[in-house]
Design a protein around this ligand. Structure first.
Ligand code: C5P
Length: 419
């Protein structure tokens, strides 16, 4: 595997294992990978800038306020100039700073400012590693997408035994290689068509006012992107949202529930349909063609509401056009499971992805989600995950599902969740 032309920014924090960073630089350079180093103040107690510089054949950055560094390359630029940031060794302190978003030296600032993937290789005393604070910080970082090469087990410099030893340089190199040259993703949904709804609908009251549900569209868009990544041809029918269109997906933008239903019908046939949109339950009968005026002393307008069609229930109704797998959402603030189960039956869905959106969860509009996937066979509860991770997990469950595979003569491997 070649790392030729790739660049790694290696952050060396304070720890006896810092010497292994020297070997890692040697391995990276041998693989023709460019390496720049950031050495923390504590790291400088274990290895010298000169040894890092000699092995990396590149400038070593040490201080946030080093004027030379700032004039040659600011810390923001430094954080983005590499393809990957590697923290080895990553100390408990630096991991805590990363988890807490602190930026009080060059290493933590670069890690906060970067838009590139980050790989951490923790190394510390076994009790420090197993401490709930460190474990909670690691869970936070992993949830945010930070990659980890976990520490190995063995005798430590502090005469204790257990997990905490920095992974060996060849293992770090292998992790770096797989991040910089990822194996092409399998495309288990190649040849399948997936329909996804996302975002709110806007039901006009007049040309300037509307009724709507709260929905950012983040979860639905992430699902469309994840299905496309697995090779599906994806039609995304989206209400008004400000999130960008996912790459490689055909997007139909609509405003109202009636338009969303028409766009979904037009997109059929589909093998899979995922209804993540927050469709307004009602629309205004005879929306005003002109802006309704607030006249002094006049009563507010009385709006007559009509029920909107249930798009999920319409598409999931039995018939030749019904997608093989229909997945609905249930965002609830009370009685999550009971409501979700009832929805599964009432709407003729195969799966319901239920999430608690009561205000105290902080889920609504955020970047994370806690979901339970309900099928006729049972319930799977997933941990709190980034919406992208929920989407990828759901997409791979969909790809594993026998009905989706069999439709096109797939081999029908047993699925964890069956419709
Ligand atoms: O009934 P409720 O709105 O809670 O149902 C949520 C599920 O039904 C979601 O999957 C949502 O996208 C879908 N739905 C729909 N059309 C509606 C209302 C909800 O597709 N009019």
């Amino acid at each position: 595997m070649s790392l030729s032309g790739k660049r790694v920014l290696l952050i060396v924090a304070g720890g006896i294992a810092a010497y292994k960073a020297l070997e890692l630089i040697r391995l990276l350079r041998r693989a023709d990978c460019g390496v720049s180093c950031v050495l923390t103040e504590n790291g400088g107690q274990f290895v010298t800038p000169l040894s890092l510089q000699a092995l990396s054949e590149s400038k070593v950055y040490t201080g946030l306020f080093s004027l030379t560094d700032e004039s040659e390359m600011g810390h923001i630029q430094l954080s983005r100039a590499a393809d990957l940031l590697v923290v080895a060794p990553a100390t408990a302190n630096l991991l805590a700073k990363m988890a807490g978003g602190l930026a009080d030296d060059l290493a933590s600032t670069v890690l906060l400012a970067t838009d590139k993937p980050v790989l951490v290789a923790p190394a510390m005393n076994v009790r420090m590693w197993l401490h709930p604070a460190t474990q909670a910080n690691m869970a936070t970082l992993e949830r945010r997408g930070v990659h980890v090469v976990p520490p190995g087990e063995g005798a430590m410099a502090c005469n204790e035994f257990g997990p905490g030893r920095l992974a060996e340089p060849p293992e770090l190199l292998a992790a770096i290689e797989s991040l910089l040259n990822p194996a092409p993703l399998p495309k288990p949904l190649a040849g399948r068509h997936a329909l996804v709804t996302s975002g709110p609908t806007h039901e006009p009251i007049d040309p300037v006012r509307y009724l709507a549900n709260r929905s950012s569209g983040r979860q639905g868009h992430a699902i469309a992107a994840a299905l496309a990544e697995l090779g599906a041809r994806v039609t995304l029918v989206s209400g008004p949202v400000s999130v960008p269109d996912p790459a490689g997906v055909t997007v139909h933008r609509v405003e109202t529930a009636l338009e969303m239903l028409a766009a979904c019908r037009a997109a059929l046939p589909a093998d899979v349909a995922v209804f993540a949109a927050a469709v307004a339950d009602w629309r205004v009968d005879h929306a005003a063609a002109q802006k309704l005026k607030k006249l002094p002393g006049a009563a507010p307008p009385a709006l007559t509401l009509l029920p909107n069609p249930d798009i999920l229930a319409s598409i999931a109704a039995p018939g030749p056009q019904r997608p093989r797998l229909v997945v609905g959402f249930a965002a609830e603030t009370t009685d999550l499971m009971a409501n979700a189960r009832a929805k599964l039956a009432r709407k003729n869905a195969d799966w319901i992805v239920a999430n608690d959106v009561s205000p105290e969860t902080g889920i609504m509009g955020g970047a994370e989600n806690v979901v339970h996937v309900i099928t006729a066979a049972g319930i799977e509860s997933w941990p709190r995950l980034a919406k992208d991770a929920v989407a990828r997990r759901l997409a791979s469950r969909i790809a594993e599902t026998r009905s989706v595979q069999q439709f096109h003569g797939g081999d029908g491997a047993a699925a964890a969740l069956e419709p």
